[in-house]
Write a protein that binds this ligand. Structure first.
Ligand SMILES: Nc1ncnc2c1ncn2[C@@H]1O[C@H](COP(=O)(O)OP(=O)(O)O)[C@@H](O)[C@H]1O
Ligand SMILES: [Mg+2]
Length: 298
């Protein structure tokens, strides 16, 4: 299907962009597939916008049970509730992606050799550039590179700032802090423009323990850990990825590996070690982590 244009009839539910009129049927011209995650299929449109079509498996997402209070559209879909709330024209898009629209797919997606697992909801987004591409740092090992540690701490600072924004303004915690969920809306190396594009695993903020059944390298291993510690922990894992390479962190969770990483950071810089130690071993919440990283890095 890549590079093959297809057309889908959609019904636009909510929009903040002139190209998408609310409560109207619209034909959407799809140019090519850009990516796929556990929750979404992402395609480029002929107008250079991006469509993210949710998979049926999204229906099992925990958001569904947790965010009904966000419901501004009265229909059975829940994950969009969140997105609906986050359609913003308040220039919050310096932290999170600014949606152009939300809608329902009216057609089956026609493809010769693949049956997609889709539910009928989609969102339309601006086209973004990935963090990795912009800096060319996928699987690189920055620890001993000039400015590598500084760059890593600055990325972590930006990520914790985004978590803080969501927690303070919306009382929600995103527990899917991994670097491919962050992109730039334009070609720039300014980390202040790095935004969160993916809200697929979001929880209401609370001090309750979250039983992480599936092991996922950005989550604390097999621990009944308080939700509020997860962003800092995950952001440290992203930091480790930048310092030691993706191939190394994907082997987490692994206690020996963590110790090895921490020791090497300690040899390089004591303050950086304190930051990582607090996020990974001691575990602290977003606000405390944000203060710590601001006080110890420059
Ligand atoms: N706005 C966008 N512009 C360009 N590529 C995108 C955009 N949104 C998503 N993608 C690509 O699609 C992939 C999956 O999207 P994502 O929103 O993370 O879905 P999931 O919730 O399934 O993880 C991303 O990692 C990225 O490569
Ligand atoms: Mg994703």
């Amino acid at each position: 299907m890549d590079n093959q244009i297809f057309v889908i009839n959609t019904f636009i539910l909510k929009s903040n962009n002139d190209e998408y009129e609310e409560n109207k049927i619209k034909k959407i011209f799809v140019k090519k597939k850009l990516g796929e995650g556990s929750y979404g299929l992402v395609f480029l449109l002929d107008n250079n916008h991006v469509i993210k079509i949710f998979k049926n498996s999204t229906l099992n997402n925990t958001i569904l049970n947790e965010s009904s209070f966000l419901l501004p559209i009265k229909n059975e879909n829940r994950e969009l509730i969140f997105y609906y709330k986050y359609i913003n024209n308040k220039k919050e898009n310096n932290f999170i992606i600014n949606l152009y629209g939300i809608g329902l797919i009216k057609d089956m997606i026609i493809d010769h050799d693949q049956q997609y697992d889709i539910n009928s909801y989609f969102i339309i987004l601006p086209y973004c550039i990935s963090f990795y591409n912009n800096f060319n740092v996928y699987n690189s090992q920055l620890l001993h590179k000039h400015n590598g540690l500084n760059f890593t701490l600055n990325v972590m600072k930006r990520l914790i700032q985004i978590s803080e924004f969501l927690e303070i303004n919306y009382n929600i915690i995103n527990i899917d802090f991994k670097l491919n969920n962050f992109m730039f809306p334009e070609k720039t190396k300014n980390l202040n423009n790095l935004i969160m594009i993916d809200f697929s695993i979001i929880k209401n903020k609370s001090k309750k323990k979250y039983n992480i059944e599936n092991k996922y390298y950005i989550w604390p291993y097999n621990e009944n850990v308080s939700l509020e510690y997860i962003p800092s922990y995950s952001i440290c894992i992203n930091g480790l990825e930048l310092l030691f390479g993706y191939d190394e962190v994907i082997q987490l969770p692994n206690k020996n590996k963590i110790n090895y990483f921490l020791k090497n950071i300690e040899k390089k810089n004591k303050n950086a070690y304190t930051i990582f130690y607090n996020g990974i071993v001691k575990k602290i919440n977003t606000l405390d982590f944000s203060k710590l990283i601001s006080s110890l890095s420059n």
